[in-house]
Design a protein around this ligand. Structure first.
Ligand code: UD1
Ligand code: MG
Length: 455
């Protein structure tokens, strides 16, 4: 079947009170319309069209995808008018699926059901709501056949009571669409060209109108306000947490987890409360993430533990490492196996080989650190001279005394020891103690000052 998808995204979204076009607001770290696009793509459409208008330039810039066909709707005269703008982009003889750019959670399975229901005609995704206020109502005849959709503002007192509503999502035979849209009128309460009027047109021509239904109401919820945006965020996070639990991940509290991207977990992964995962994060088998950690685009090797309040970005952590509490791994950090990075240690663009340790209060930037190196408290790589960044090399088995400054570019040889407080400006030879420190003196004649008495 030739499938066209038309995503309506021209509306303004006044109630968002934002300069960002509504469909670009994110849930789970991804723009609303991107959720819809990803779902649409999974149906392998021949054409994927976006109808845009409000905030047009920003919407197009945010979606550089090569497979999107764009239809500008200006001005916005209603949902029927919106689909009409996409007509020249549609292909062939199959079905056109209409989705909304601000309804992000519809599952592909549900849409497949809708498409199956459109095999012999037109199909509408509908749902019965406890409170149908604001929605178009599905009007059926005595035999239960759909006869038309009536908008809330045009509905009679009897029709207002109907609880089955139009979700807005429909599958329409493409061949018929142009004719039906051409005949729409805007003679209604809102003065708009309603897409919903194609239902009555289909019925008049004897084209069957079928309905399909989502598994849950949440699948068809739209976003018109920040309140609804926050509600959908929680619904989606709840589903993500549920999937992780089903897959065997131990979550201390599924309600206190935020995944804004893709979180891939091995077996026996444990995640404590209030962690945020952004971009693509991979946690291998038996990884433990402590409370209040933020991980963005990172890979954590098997058996590694990330302790509380750690912040990791664009980093990779090897097997059985211990990171944190209060550690910061910045982009370009690569830790090999069994590395320990302790509290208030910042690592940037550095490779640290197996079994090395920086346990307290250090900055390691632009460094290559060998195996079994001990980096003492207060050690700092002075990697930046105000203009350029320079490399620090610390070879295997070196011992860096506390409060050392490594003024890059500089190399600490294999097995070297740096005395505490050293400011290293020249390379330190291997297997040797290097120390730069003012000689300690004791001044016996020194007198402590005393306070002058107040007059
Ligand atoms: C529409 C349906 C209503 C349904 C409801 C579900 C019509 C006439 N009514 O009503 O039956 O119950 O959705 O939420 O279709 N849009 C455009 N261009 C326009 C107008 C709208 O692109 O000119 C887009 C909007 O950005 C939005 C979608 O179409 O994504 C729906 O528009 P909206 O104004 O929310 O329609 P409703 O009046 O809520
Ligand atoms: Mg609406």
């Amino acid at each position: 079947m030739n499938l066209n998808v038309v995503i309506l995204a021209a509306g303004q979204g006044k109630r968002m009170h934002s300069n960002l076009p509504k469909v670009l607001h994110p849930i789970a770290g991804k723009a609303l319309v991107r959720h819809v696009i990803d779902t649409a793509r999974s149906l392998l459409p021949a054409r994927l069209c976006l109808v845009y208008g409000h905030g047009g330039a920003a919407v197009r810039a945010a979606l550089p995808d090569a497979d999107l066909a764009w239809a500008l709707q200006e001005p916005q005269l209603g949902t029927g008018h919106a689909v009409q703008q996409a007509l020249p982009l549609l292909e062939g003889d199959g079905v056109t699926l209409v989705l909304y750019g601000d309804v992000p959670l519809t599952r592909p399975e549900t849409l497949r059901r809708l498409l199956a229901a459109a095999k012999d005609g037109l199909a509408v995704l509908t749902v019965a709501l406890e409170d149908p206020t604001g929605y178009g109502r599905i009007v059926r005849d005595g035999a239960g056949r759909v006869t038309r959709i009536v908008e809330q503002k045009d509905a009679s007192d009897e029709e207002i009571k109907i609880r089955e509503i139009n979700t807005g999502i429909m599958a329409i035979p493409t061949r018929r669409l142009a004719g039906w849209l051409a005949n729409l009128s805007n003679d209604n309460a809102q003065g708009e060209y309603y897409l919903t009027d194609v239902i009555a047109a289909a019925v008049a021509e004897g084209v069957p109108v079928n309905t399909a239904h989502p598994d849950g109401e949440w699948e068809v919820l739209g976003v018109n306000s920040k309140v609804q945006l926050a509600q959908l965020e929680r619904i989606l996070q709840g589903r993500i947490a549920g999937d992780l639990l089903e897959a065997g991940v131990r979550l201390a509290d599924p309600a206190r987890l935020d995944v804004r991207g893709e979180l891939v977990c091995g077996r026996d992964v444990v995640i404590d409360v209030n962690c945020v995962f952004e971009g693509r994060v991979e946690l291998a088998d038996a990884v433990e993430i402590g409370p209040n950690c933020v991980l963005k685009n990172v890979r954590i090797g098997p058996g590694a533990r990330i302790a509380a309040f750690s912040h990791l970005e664009e980093a990779s952590v090897g097997p059985d490492c211990i990171v944190g509490p209060y550690a910061r791994l910045r982009p370009g950090t690569e830790l090999a196996a069994e590395v320990h990075i302790g509290n208030f240690v910042e690592v940037k663009n550095s490779k640290i080989a197996a079994q090395s340790k920086a346990n307290h209060l250090a900055y390691v930037g632009d460094a290559r650190v060998g195996e079994r190196v001990n980096i003492g408290a207060g050690t700092i790589t002075c990697n930046y001279d105000g203009a350029n960044k320079h490399l620090t090399v610390i070879e295997d088995d070196a011992f860096i005394g506390s409060d050392t400054q490594l003024v890059a570019p500089v190399t600490v040889g294999r097995g070297a020891t740096l005395g505490a407080g050293t400011t290293l400006t020249k390379d330190a030879p291997p297997d040797t103690l290097t120390v730069s420190r003012a000689k300690q003196i004791s001044v016996s004649s020194w007198q402590r000052p005393v306070k002058t008495p107040k007059k």
